[in-house]
Design a binder for this molecule. Structure first.
Ligand code: 5GP
Ligand code: ZN
Length: 118
């Protein structure tokens, strides 16, 4: 079982409030904040408070958490002004373009054109 908090992990530290972020949602299991380099007018990161390195290392016990992350996306996107659709992306591993090894769901929306990943 993975450790719940990795003191070397950027998103663990953001989730714990040790590094500031523009948070738009927080509950007992998840935190959601704005991407520091937005690829679209709305660009959110849905992050579990528990340290899970990537989708590849998620375990069967994380299935409900993964479902909650996706289920939260439409309301968040709408609340942030993405009223005409949105994209969800989970970059996984080196060839998946993952840069931060703490599981996160990108939620991107807003009027096009977008700058990248579009
Ligand atoms: P990945 O490539 O791992 O799927 O995405 C990592 C994302 O985290 C990138 O889009 C990047 O802009 C974002 N990011 C990296 N460092 C920070 C930070 O310190 N704060 C916030 N809010 N976003 C970050
Ligand atoms: Zn972490």
């Amino acid at each position: 079982m993975s450790a719940k908090f990795d003191p070397t992990c950027l998103f663990c530290k953001i989730a714990a409030g040790q590094i500031p972020s523009a948070k738009v949602h927080e509950d007992d299991e998840l935190v959601v904040f704005k991407d520091i380099h937005p690829a679209a007018p709305v660009h959110l990161l849905i992050v579990p408070k528990k340290h899970i390195a990537s989708l590849e290392t998620a375990e069967p016990e994380d299935t409900a958490l993964l479902g909650r992350m996706l289920a939260l996306a439409p309301q968040l996107a709408h609340d942030q002004g993405a009223s005409n659709g949105f994209r969800v992306v989970i970059n996984t591993g080196p060839d998946g373009g993952q840069e931060v090894y703490h599981l996160h769901v990108h939620v991107m929306g807003g009027p096009r054109p977008w700058s990248r990943m579009g």
